[in-house]
Design a protein around this ligand. Sequence first.
Ligand code: 6U4
Ligand code: NA
Ligand code: NA
Length: 173
Amino acid sequence: IEQVKLYTNAFILQDNKILLGYKKRGFGKDLYNGFGGKVDPGETSVEAAVRELQEEAGITAPLRHSGVLFFTVSDVAHAFYIDVYYANEYSGTIEETEEMRPQWFSVEQNATGTQHNSNKTDSEFAPIPYEQMWADDPFWLPLLIQGRPFIGRADFGADGRMQKWWFAEIPVS
Ligand code: 6U4
Ligand code: NA
Ligand code: NA
């Protein structure tokens, strides 16, 4: 690894829904993810997270830190250090931008794995589209949703497949 670059990734969690963005261009194109990007010189990680959320979804939120991720990609010279944030509220109006198409998803079906509530035939919101997300996301996104801090590492091959990984909840007292 020649260099580590700092990134952010931010999620809004509200009313058993999570706000994801469909990435329309650049790194991770055609995948759903949180909102984020590179930490610029002179700004803190949380400042970058707030700025990127504003730039990509049009909203501002009181972001709180949730986890830390470290990724390598075999044909990319730098490693990705990602601070992951969440908020339960936001201000402004969610807007599609040139980079991201925001969309709400239900967290309920994903949390339980099955639908126990037979009164609820179909949700207005689709479950989290893990098959259209980075391969590491199923390991830590459920922890973020449950408010449990996490840490993890994954190494991706040139083909984009996750080759080695390790994720854990951070015990907090
Ligand atoms: P520029 O060059 O400024 O347009 P920027 O918007 O700063 O780029 P971008 O969009 O490339 O950065 O940021 C990548 C985003 O993808 C960050 O939110 C971090 C996130 N990311 C990168 N690898 C990831 C992975 N394996 N799993 C994941 N998110 C990842 O869930
Ligand atoms: Na970005
Ligand atoms: Na950026």
